[in-house]
Design a protein around this ligand. Sequence first.
Ligand SMILES: Cc1cc2nc3c(=O)[nH]c(=O)nc-3n(C[C@H](O)[C@H](O)[C@H](O)COP(=O)(O)OP(=O)(O)OC[C@H]3O[C@@H](n4cnc5c(N)ncnc54)[C@H](O)[C@@H]3O)c2cc1C
Length: 282
Amino acid sequence: MFDKFEKIENVNLKDYCTFKIGGNGKVIVFPRNVYELKKICKECEENNLQFFILGNGSNVLFPDYYFDKVILSLKKFDNIKIIRKNVVFVGAGVKLFVLNKFLLENSLQGLEFSFGIPASVGGFVCMNGGAFGDEVANHILRVKVLRDNKIIWLKRKEIDFSYRNSNIDDIILGVEFKLKSEDKKLIAEKQQQYLLKRKETQPYDKFSAGSVFKRQNNLIPAKVIDTFGLKGVKIGDAEISRKHAGFIVNNGNAKAMDVLALIKYIKLKTGINFEEEIIILK
Ligand SMILES: Cc1cc2nc3c(=O)[nH]c(=O)nc-3n(C[C@H](O)[C@H](O)[C@H](O)COP(=O)(O)OP(=O)(O)OC[C@H]3O[C@@H](n4cnc5c(N)ncnc54)[C@H](O)[C@@H]3O)c2cc1C
């Protein structure tokens, strides 16, 4: 299966997510272009195989058991191109670190808030990632997707973006961003400020998948969890971060079932059925 494409079979899923948790997976395939991607989708359809699109794995919890869906990685969709003044096309596989470096070099401002988030552009747009009062939807002109094996462009206003969510149900191939010209020095300063803030407030040096729960109206999960004194609670090697109660960290050998048990524990103790922000894969 997928003989003509770059792939890894019987893949150790720990290596493909920032949580460093997971059992083995059937296969991960790395199409190099849309032509290959279409062929892979067709092969999945013909063989009745479900697939999951993986970005940089910074918002997912893989199961401890065998994951039998085909994993599609778009990491080779890594081109960045200035289309016209202040408009940049970015492939879905580009990491935010790389994008921010490019924007700095080209004096383009707008996405500094994302500096330090270990995501790919595809995942970040799919999740409508955000921080420090901004979100990626605010900077998008249009999104290039593969739908029913056809390439289409979705204008910003055709997409329903909400808090840490979008209604994009297609494979994101790339995104056009509208940015602003700015002095390099100011962009660099902003990027560093945001990065520093992250390092000060989040368990940046530990394995995690970011905030476990979404905010609900005015309810900030981290604050509630902290108020209930749950920081530092551990199940197995999974721990509610002492630095940021909204994060669960893997101290080394955590299992998905430890994280899931902690999630249950938090809901039980706080009495709030928080909605998960992380994607729990089955
Ligand atoms: C230390 C740390 C800090 C974080 N800080 C923040 C933060 O400040 N703000 C924030 O919003 N998030 C934050 N996160 C969470 C995470 O980075 C975001 O949710 C990010 O958007 C996930 O991107 P990803 O590429 O890793 O996607 P993945 O985790 O790989 O996937 C996430 C979802 O996107 C889908 N997806 C990925 N690529 C595509 C594609 N090409 N087409 C269609 N669907 C796709 C996947 O199927 C999945 O449903 C943090 C995570 C960590 C570990």
